[in-house]
Structures are given as C-alpha cells and as structure tokens.
Design a protein around this ligand. Structure first.
Ligand code: ADP
Length: 464
C-alpha cells in the first residue's frame, strides 16, 4: 500500500514540476490536477477490468472452475486479483471434493437394498433412490417435491404419517402388488434435522411368505401327529379301564402299533427333510451304480405291492445302459424309492407300473416311474411338491403316506442339480421323472463288472 502512495505522490510531483515549468499562471495547479485525473483514469481502468472478470466468474455456468482467463494487472491490483483467484481456486477445490463425497454417498444409498426417501418439513419428496421408485412406483424426476401423501395413497400409510408417531413401522402393499402376486413393504419413518424425515422401505414379501410357511408347517405337523396320538391315547384308556378279551386286546394292540408306525414314518420324513435342508450340497466324488439303485427299488416295489394289493401289480423295470451317478446315495435312493412306492400306493390292484433308466442327449440321465393309476388333475400338479399337500388324503393315509414324499424328492433333485418332471392326466395314469445333469452321470463300459455289483454301496469303477 505504501508503494501505491509513493507512486501517487511521484505522479503528483511530476505533474506539479511539469506545471511549474509551464509559462502559464496556474501551471502547478493544472499539472497536479492533470496528474490526479490520469491516476484516477488508470485506476478506474484496472478496477473495471477486475470487476468485469469477477462478474463473468459469478455468472459462469461452471461453478466449480475458473471459467475465464485471469487479466494481468500491475501493482496492488495484480496482487488483489491474484489473491481473489487463489481464493476462488480453493473454493472450487472444496466444492469439487464435497461434490465427489456427496456423489459417493448417494451412490452408496442407491446401492442399498432398502428404499430411501428424503422428505422436507412439509412431507415433500426431496430425493429418493432407485429402490424406492420401484417400491412406491415413483418417477425420480416427475415426482420430486410432490407431497408423499399424494403419491402413496394407502389409508394405513396416511394414518401413520399424520399420527406423527414413528416408533414402529407400517406394512403396506407395494406398487407392483397384484392379488396373484402380492408384494408387501415394511415402511419406517425416522425424523431428523429440522422437521425433516427419512423414510425407509423394505420388501418383506419373502419374509412374510416364509413366516406363513413356518406357521402352516407347524400347524400341519401338529395336526398329523395329533390324529394318531388321539387314537393311541383312546386305546390306552380302553386297555386300562376295560377288562378286554384276548382277541380284542390283540386287535387294539395291532391298531396301536399301526398308529405309532405312522408317527414314526412322519418323524423320519421330517428328519430327512431337515437333514436335506441342513447338510452341504452333495459333491461329485461318490459314485453309485444305477443298476444297484434300481434293483433295490424293484425289491421295495414287489414287497409293498404284496402288502397293499390283493392282486399284485404288474411291475416292469428297464435298467437301461449301465451308468453311475454322482451324489449322496441315501438321498438319491430315497427320491427314487419315494416315486416307486407312490406309484404302487396310488395304482389300483393289478395295475401296471413301469420304472426305467435311460441316457438322454448331451449325457444327461433320466429315471422315470409311470403308472396306470388314477392320474392327477392339472390344478394339483404345481402344488404336489409342497409339504403335506395331498390330492387324495384318505388314500395317502390308508397307505401310510405322510404328504412329504414328493417334497423330499424335489429337495433331493435340486441338491443334485436335477429336475423333477410330473406329467399326469385324470384317469390316464401318471409319469414322474428325475433328470440328472450330465456332470453327475457317467456310462460304465465294463457292464459285466456292474452286473455283479448289486449292493447299494458306492463303487469305485476303474475308468478306461
Ligand atoms: P403322500 O405321502 O401323501 O403320498 P407325496 O408327497 O408323496 O405324499 O405325494 C403328494 C400327493 O401326490 C399324494 O397325496 C397323492 O395325492 C399325489 N400322488 C403322488 N404320487 C401319485 C401317483 N403316482 N398317482 C396319483 N397320485 C399321486
């Protein structure tokens, strides 16, 4: 600043000295005034350049960068401009940094599996993430600053918002919910800042479904166990209170044994299912021969047919090419045996049951059980593998069914990467098949080796 004063005085001195040399009367005064005017003109020129540059920066469309070249100026103006430029640069840097942080933060909220909506003090949408647009059917651009109550019109949600009590969540149907495919959302509002609100939404359809299934499952198991238990306790009471004759006692004890066997089968099936759900997926190290599996199933089929049918069924087994399957032997056997025993149980006396193994294109293998039984109406087919789902309740119970057989088959198939296919028509019999993927099937060329191997144990067949 001292420099500036010195230059100013030097200017005035020069102007005054030049004026003193002039022949005119007021030469000194004229010189001084002229110097001051020139000084002011030069100063104004620099001020206007600086102002023009600053205005240009203020009106620039690029807020985060210095848009125009910085004018060069001497002395104090140059320094002022340089300091302003540095300040602006620092501001730009901070702006860019906070913008990048905000972008990262928003990207993180976008990636959230929950819907996030920011509401202002009036309940208008300030921002929402992609998931919230899906949950509520918002349009991220069009619906900005719209009042949320105008867009989410569920009475239960509006009551929740107007009660202004957000200690709990509220469950409402999602925007894509239909009677056939209901979608349930859990919505929870959290107040923050000056009367602002953060709304979080979560799709709980699967959770609710699992909870309903769990409740149904417990109800079904209790029902299945209660019936034989009631019968058993009835007989026990009779045996305890009445002096029964020997034939009656024997008959009652036989019926009691039947009921307890029924409970045992049920508990065994439940344990099988829980084991299937809890154990790791089967690897591809243990191989079992299809012939041994089919031989065991054939034995079971004949045994059961003799017990159940007055006139035995016609049972045909087609072993197909000698193959090996990779997986858990007890599981695969249980799945195959379930299909075979179902065919025997649901096919009337003397009916035909065909069981076969064949190789499909691409190296896949198919195990098929078809019967000439009553068939199944199409509306039941999609539900057959549900736990405790039965088409013919009385036939199932009469023949010792638990309603869990096909659920076990489906589980085993899924665990082995196989598919269960069911084809059936009322009055035309049924056909159940399990298709194993090529990676779990290998054809065994040494057929005679397998011919001798009928035991249900994993066999290590040397491959050529
Ligand atoms: P269940 O122990 O009752 O047989 P499953 O899960 O094995 O239970 O079968 C479910 C239902 O599918 C059965 O109750 C029965 O109504 C029907 N079903 C299964 N296999 C056959 C079949 N081969 N023929 C006709 N109906 C069948």
């Amino acid at each position: 600043m001292i420099n500036r004063w010195l230059i100013f005085f030097a200017c005035m001195l020069t102007g005054g000295s030049l004026g003193a040399w002039s022949p005119y009367r007021y030469g000194v005064a004229t010189g001084l005034v002229t110097s001051a005017v020139v000084w002011l003109a030069i100063d104004s020129f620099y001020v206007s350049r600086m102002l023009r540059w600053l205005r240009g920066e203020q009106n620039s469309d690029v807020p985060s960068a210095i848009a125009q070249p910085v004018p060069r100026m001497p002395g104090v103006w140059g320094e002022t401009l340089d300091r302003v430029r540095r300040l602006l640069k620092e501001r730009d840097h901070q702006y860019q940094e906070s913008q990048a942080r905000l972008d990262e933060f928003l990207a993180a909220i976008q990636a959230s599996p929950s819907g996030v909506v920011l509401l202002d003090a009036q309940g208008r949408i300030e921002w929402c993430n992609q998931m919230a647009t899906q949950h509520f059917g918002f349009d991220a651009q069009r619906d900005m600053l719209q009042h949320i109550a105008n867009l989410v019109r569920q009475p239960v949600f509006n009551a929740y918002m107007s009660a202004n009590e957000f200690s709990h969540d509220v469950v409402i149907p999602g925007s894509s919910s239909t009677p056939a495919r209901p979608v349930k959302l859990s919505v929870h509002v959290h107040a923050y800042g000056k009367n602002r609100k953060l709304l979080l939404s979560r799709d709980i359809t699967a959770l609710e479904l699992a909870e309903t299934m769990r409740r149904d499952f417990v109800a079904n198991v209790s029902h299945e166990i209660r019936t034989p238990l009631t019968v058993l306790s009835g007989f026990i009471e009779t045996l305890q209170t009445l002096p029964l004759k020997e034939p009656d006692r024997t008959r009652y004890l036989a019926l009691m044994a039947q009921q307890s066997a029924r409970m045992q089968t049920l508990v065994n099936d439940l344990l099988t299912l829980s084991r299937l759900e809890g154990s790791p997926l089967p690897g591809s190290i243990d191989w079992m021969t299809t012939r041994a599996l089919l031989a065991q199933c054939e034995q079971d089929a004949h045994g059961l047919s003799t017990v159940l049918a007055a006139r035995s069924h016609r049972i045909e087994f087609e072993n197909g090419p000698a193959c090996e399957l990779a997986g858990v032997q007890s599981e695969v056997y249980s799945a195959m045996s379930n299909l075979v025993t179902n065919a025997i149980r649901y096919t009337p006396d003397a009916g035909l049951i065909r069981v076969s193994w064949k190789l499909l294109q691409g190296g896949r293998g198919e195990f098929t059980v078809s019967d000439s039984g009553p068939g199944i109406a199409p509306e039941h087919l999609p539900r057959l593998t549900e736990r405790f789902y039965r088409v013919d309740r009385s036939r199932s119970r009469e023949t010792g069914g638990t309603g869990l057989g096909l659920a076990i088959v489906k589980h085993v198939a899924q665990r082995h990467g196989a598919e269960l296919h069911i084809k059936s028509q009322l009055g035309q019999g049924s056909c159940f098949s399990i298709t194993f993927p090529a990676v779990r099937v290998r054809q065994v060329l040494k057929a005679d080796f397998l011919e001798n191997s009928c035991a249900l144990h994993p066999t290590a067949v040397p491959e050529n």
